[in-house]
Design a protein around this ligand. Structure first.
Ligand code: SF4
Length: 367
């Protein structure tokens, strides 16, 4: 938890099992919708679960598959080894590359080393990589708004390190030199609008001819989760943001809740971090890498006397299909098994994972 207004709040941050804690007396919960898993995280988790079920352990994953402690621990228990250097993978093992996107040299090294390599980069991050490649190829200087050291920013900048200047504040924009080349403005997908807006305005003031993509780099999931949080913020005595400290969009939600005027904002990893002094109306939201089971546990723990009100600002039905080599291998296996069993290869049902929630896949891994 990142911010607690009372000693009681700090007392409540212990790690005892949920059912041993004193009940809180919350009247109502406002549940932000959309919240939790985004389409990119859904795709990455299902892809890694497929790897775990398809290959003998260990399966290696370059960086945390998504930034959530529960998700990472669940996969570790199923034999996934997370590494920060592809050189740590023994040659000939299957490798998954995380949803945040990897540097081109990391992708190349993984392909050289791994027996089967799946890149689960989110297509929205791929779009930014593509923009970097194209603009740098045309001789642009790229001003990239992103958080220092964040895996997505590191991977994106590695596409054209010679052509990128990373900034994350107005002051850093002011420190940029006057570039002789044309300037393009790109962004880390999981920035909050507030983190982005002032910096982007200043870049446009300094470089009036700046090129920007037709479609914003800020992703729909980040934007939607922020909109649904803003829709509940004013009515809440406390807002709980579920998600890990290293999740960029979770931290953006946490900051936004405070900026929106909520007196008390708690970021938690687990329901057992909820303090026992909560009262009144509590808002609940979850970062894009936090699974439903955590939200369910938080609602159980809060047990509001007047119930849970879902506040939905939009329907989110984006879907990203599995990475291509998983689809191809699955299709070949299905074709072979259908033929071996004497079925019709022309009329066999198509593989469809759109209606299979990653939360269910993750829950099944716990069995
Ligand atoms: Fe993709 Fe956005 Fe989800 Fe990141 S938060 S994985 S960019 S959909």
């Amino acid at each position: 938890m990142s911010r607690s207004s009372s000693p009681a709040g700090r007392r409540g941050s212990g790690r005892e099992p949920t059912d041993t804690l004193v009940s809180v007396t919350v009247e109502r919960v406002l549940l932000a919708e959309p919240r939790g898993f985004c389409a990119g995280v859904e795709m990455a988790i299902k892809a890694l679960a497929w790897m775990v079920r398809t290959f003998e352990p260990p399966v290696y994953c370059y960086h945390e598959i998504v930034h959530n402690q529960i998700v990472v621990e669940r996969f570790e228990r199923r034999g996934v080894v997370f590494v920060d250097d592809v050189e740590d993978v023994p040659p000939g093992r299957p490798i998954m590359l995380s949803a945040h996107g990897s540097a081109p040299e990391v992708v190349a090294a993984a392909r050289q080393r791994g027996s089967f390599v799946v890149d689960s980069v989110c297509p929205l991050v791929t779009k930014v990589h593509h923009e970097v490649k194209v603009r740098s190829g045309k001789g642009y200087r790229i001003v990239y708004v992103g958080h220092e050291g964040h895996e997505e920013a590191v991977g994106t900048m590695a596409v054209a390190p010679h052509a990128i200047s990373r900034v994350e504040s107005v002051a850093e924009v002011d420190e940029l030199p006057s570039f002789s080349e044309s300037v393009a403005l790109l962004a880390q997908t999981t920035l909050s609008h507030r983190d982005w807006e002032n910096v982007a305005v200043r870049v446009r003031e300094r470089f009036p001819e700046v090129w920007t993509p037709g479609r914003s780099d800020l992703c729909f999931a980040t934007t939607n989760r922020q909109s649904s949080l803003l829709a509940i913020a004013e009515r809440c005595d406390t807002i709980i943001v579920i998600g890990s400290a290293n999740s960029s969009n979770t931290r953006a939600l946490e900051r936004l809740a405070g900026e929106a005027g909520c007196a008390r904002v708690l970021r938690i990893n687990h329901a057992d971090e909820i303090p026992d002094d909560l009262t009144g109306t509590v808002g609940v939201t979850a970062g894009a890498s936090a699974p439903d089971e955590l939200v369910d546990a938080v609602l159980d723990r809060l047990a509001p006397t007047a119930g849970v009100e879902v506040v939905r600002v939009t329907d989110e039905d984006e879907y990203f299909p599995p990475p291509r080599n998983i689809r191809e291998l699955q299709a070949s296996l299905e074709l072979a098994s259908t033929a071996m069993l004497g079925g019709s290869v022309l009329t066999r049902p198509e593989m469809e994972d759109r209606n299979l929630p990653a939360s269910d896949v993750l829950a099944a891994l716990a069995d």
